[in-house]
Design a protein around this ligand. Structure first.
Ligand SMILES: Nc1ncnc2c1ncn2[C@@H]1O[C@H](COP(=O)(O)OP(=O)(O)OP(=O)(O)O)[C@@H](O)[C@H]1O
Length: 375
């Protein structure tokens, strides 16, 4: 087995304790500390901390039920009734000064949404009203900003549709959502979310319902919008292929907790959490490979082992979490300690954190953990 290509092993240093008062990273646009979301007594997001800098794309990734959508919505104070949020979500409003969103009043949140932080929801149809032309809806979003005339708002709506690649934007602005294709609707929703040039765009699985070509288009449009206005992007996805191609940093979630976080290439090329390795192992092989896609190339080439069709087992439900590490029942490296104590997070490299007792025993390539040897 080849040696790991990255830094030599270093003893882990403990990450800062998850305090809502821990300072933001220098230059961060968005700073999240010890974020928790609960339905009654049931915590479904359990102490997330991360920072997002200008022009950075951070992916929140994990299987269904990991808590990605609730985290995304908590960033905008848009959670369903019956939830409680604690911790801190701070949005930079001037150099060195932040607005706290957790516990902010409705008017304070309404003043920030769309202008400073905006959501691209998963379901584009539900984000657009069926009874108004698309251009009117975009113009209304602009018009809600003081000092913009109706004709200016309309012109900006058409320009925004044009920027996201809607053909013949002036004419299409007069059409209704049902007259748009699925991909065009998703692009119109991105245009609406970014029309007031927010600092942070949160996109919740914006490509899930789209075919591969449209996925690429939509991700490209989001990237262009980010470049154009200098925004940061928080991208919710369950697709590590999307993470590899389109993001700078990744936060891997499992059962509401952070499993691993760090620069995308570092985490995907040298994952230190078996769960991340399992997600990588269940990706389809890239062209010309017989091993799992994503992650490092498989040593030795052809066909000695086969890829598992998916990560075996399924995530726990929030009201039946096992003690210790929630992934232990599915983890090939689990030992007694894992079933007793919740791990980490520990810092294991530059900006790379992992919550796994066995992080130093994860092999290279890590996907080996999930490959079967033929009998
Ligand atoms: N309204 C609700 N009432 C009770 N539990 C909920 C509610 N909404 C979500 N949950 C639970 O919270 C957990 C996290 O849900 P969330 O939708 O954030 O997961 P996710 O990672 O976004 O999943 P997906 O990829 O399927 O969208 C899940 O276990 C889910 O069942």
């Amino acid at each position: 087995m080849p040696d790991a290509p990255l830094a030599p092993r270093t003893p882990p240093s403990p990450s800062p304790p998850p305090s809502p008062r821990a300072p933001a990273a220098p230059g961060a646009l968005l700073s999240v500390r010890d974020l928790r979301v609960a339905f009654g007594a049931l915590e479904v997001v359990r102490g997330l901390s991360f920072d997002v800098r200008p022009r950075e794309v951070l992916a929140l990734v994990g299987e269904s039920g990991a808590g990605k959508s609730l985290t995304a919505r908590a960033l905008l104070g848009m959670l369903p009734r019956g939830t409680t949020t604690s911790g801190s979500v701070r949005l930079r409003d001037a150099p060195g000064s932040y607005a706290e969103l957790v516990g902010a009043t409705r008017p304070a949140l309404a003043a920030l949404r769309g202008r400073r932080i905006a959501l691209v929801p998963q379901d584009a149809l539900s984000a657009l009203s069926p009874v108004h032309p698309v251009g009117d809806q975009l113009a209304a979003a602009v018009g809600s900003v003081a000092g913009v005339s109706r004709s200016q708002a309309r012109a900006r709506a058409v320009a925004a549709l044009d920027r996201v690649g809607i053909p013949d934007a002036a004419r299409r602005a007069r059409a209704y959502p049902h007259e748009y294709s699925g991909g065009m609707r998703q692009r119109a929703v991105i245009a609406m979310a970014t029309i007031n040039e927010p600092d942070v765009v949160v996109a919740d699985e914006p490509t899930t319902a789209l075919d591969a070509d449209l996925q690429d288009q939509v991700l490209r449009v989001l990237g262009e919008q980010r470049e154009a206005v200098g925004a940061a992007l928080v991208l919710v996805t369950h697709d590590l292929g999307v993470v590899r191609g389109h993001t700078d940093r990744v936060l891997v979630m499992y059962a509401g907790r952070q499993v691993e976080q760090g620069p995308t290439r570092r985490v995907l090329d040298r994952p230190r959490a078996p769960y991340t390795a399992g997600l990588l192992a269940s990706l389809p092989p890239a062209d010309g490979e017989d091993g799992p896609a994503g992650g490092a190339p498989r040593p030795g080439g052809s066909g000695r082992r086969r890829r598992l069709p998916a990560l075996p087992g399924s995530p726990p439900v929030p009201d039946a979490l096992p003690p210790g590490c929630a992934f232990a029942p599915r983890c090939p490296l689990a030992e007694d300690r894992c079933r007793r104590e919740e791990p980490g997070p520990w810092t294991v490299g530059d900006g790379h954190e992992v919550s796994c007792h066995r992080w130093d025993d994860v092999p290279y390539p890590a996907t080996e953990l999930f490959l079967e040897r033929p009998a």
